[in-house]
Design a protein around this ligand. Sequence first.
Ligand SMILES: [Zn+2]
Length: 736
Amino acid sequence: MYNDPRYQLLETTESPETGSTGYRYEHLKTGAQVLWLKNDDDNKAFGVGFRTPPTDSTGVAHIVEHSVLSGSRKFKGREPFMEMYKSSMQTFLNAMTFSDMTIYPISSKNDQDFLNLADVYLDAVFFPAIYDKPEIFMQEGWHYELFREEDPITYKGVVYNEMRGAYGNPERQVMQQMSQTMHPDGTYSHESGGFPYHVPELTEENFQAFHQRYYHPSNAFIYLYGDVPAEDIFNLIDEEYLSQFEKTEPNSEVVPGTIPSAPIKAEHYYNAGSGAKPSEESYFGYSVILGETTDLYDAFMQPLVSDVLISSESSPLKQVLLEKKFGQAILPAGSDGIFEEFGFVVKGADEARFDEFIEVTEATIRQMAEDGVDRGALLAALNRTEMSLRESGGSLKGIYFFIRSVGAHRYGVNPMDALNFNQTFDRIRADIENGGFEKYLKERILDNPAKVMTLHLPQAGQFQVLDDELADKLKLYKDSLTREEIRQLIADNERLLKYQQTEDSPEDKATIPKLDLNDIQREVAEIPSEKQILDNSTLLVQEYPSMGIRYLHLAFDLDFVTTEELPYLAYLGRLLGIVDTKQRGYSELNNEIYQVSSGFRFAPSVLRPVDGSNYALKMMVTTSALAGQSKRMFDILAEVLLETTFNDADRIKDVLQKMRSDMEMGFESSGHSVAANRASSYFSPTAKINEQLGGIDLFDHLQELLNDYDNRQAELMRIITSLYERIFTSKGLIAS
Ligand SMILES: [Zn+2]
């Protein structure tokens, strides 16, 4: 425990679920909440989070998140965040805007580095340079861009551009429309990231006011995890930061808004490319409010319900929707706010079948509720949910527990209750034995009035209309300016450009904390490893504290794979474990897998050996299981590796269609890294291989394959089967 008169200890709670003792403090002067999960983990974590409920869709929370990372009182430079990203020993460093909160987590294994990172983040959130440098709002938010008098004025800005990109994805529009139908008023009717056409409504004054109100110690939740240097960090937090503020009343509670008192059926249009057909490119949405996250029972039932109904490969609902060909893929849709919602979207649907879709969906859930859900499927889902809670985050557990605890705290729930899930889980397990799951389906989904069913039709050029309106508005604006004002605008833009292009001065650079050589532990912490050579393969055994979970990694040789076969390797990795084996169908197989493990992952990967020699291509197989279930886990894994059959062409097509849809979503959300890898693939051989295993090359290949599936399915199955037979032998296998 750590004693400090400036912080009042509110409670001490043992937490077997996180392997920690939780100390909850309140900073006396400001009311800031501090939680320390103390344990031996040397991957220490720090986080600070604020409730930031938006009251419009200008994206103010998102713009503030970006802006505070652009320099602060102590850490001058333009991008201390990026500098730390490059130079520190961080194991995690990020910032995230949710629908009603914003969080800043870091982790590091080095004490001094941990303190430096915490210092940089605290200075950023409490003393950002946004009040002194108007360029920051112009750059991160939005500004009128003009460099030559004769040109038209346009809008520019990092968040503005980012959200234009995000809204280029139809799924983002569809999910937002569903949420707006469910939450017509209150916090969740707004887009916290910013709706691109509303971003320019944000004034610099409102931007600063938002920061001033919410980024205050009285609205802050500070989190520490692991074997942290207690005295140093508690001193830093108080002396340099909290003590400089007076207590306020931030009034930052979310406004949940009206909940539908009867099911709502609604139609929306989303922006689509020309030629998009409502008979092929519509979306169906279905969503209900199960309860509130403040009720831990509902908070854990939500992932379970979603898993059983939508995510699991054995879900009867998913199967019937795909069998009846309602669409190409089914995507989960949820909320990250106070409501626990079960929702999903059918992509690539025919508008004419909307009513039939609702009927089939409800009839299938009703049948599950009445006949009872398959026990195997239910236990698999329960195990999957529990495993993902227990080992969540892997080596980044500290970060994951931060998100869980700040997530609970924002609604006034004691974060230790949210972390200690054993009791709630035992209750759910017992209820499931007594028909509780079926009852839940009936009460919370079928009979629930808080439900929306949405049809989203493609509309070509919807954004074009908005863009045209925008251009008119900007033209009117320009016409309203005097020559003097236009010159001023150009001067502002030139000043911004200069700001962006000027390198940080040596003095500014020197403010970024650097680690001293003495701070760095020379020896890389080594996990003791025992090595055995068996015939053709190598077995490594490592012992380390893992809270009763055993981890297995297998690396199979892929030296013989040809360039033409690379895309098929990716398909094979995707199909294993979710297509039939000789012994059972994929649905039963999937239940078996998740009853005994956290799931199997198969990923063809380019590995770089530590000795710096040439890269190697391996099929990585990873899984984990509770100690008592290891034996069964090995049996099922062996079945997948040795007895999978690839002859169900329809099933394979369903899986590959879902793969295409996932890739599309991935490109939208991580455009930068996709483009970066694409670019480096022209000179780096490993990037080239990665392109074919997961980049745009693979996507193009998959697209062609699906467009001509009937003609190419025989070839596909032949190549996959041949790869499968060559890969999974013990020759060259490394197991750990
Ligand atoms: Zn952003």
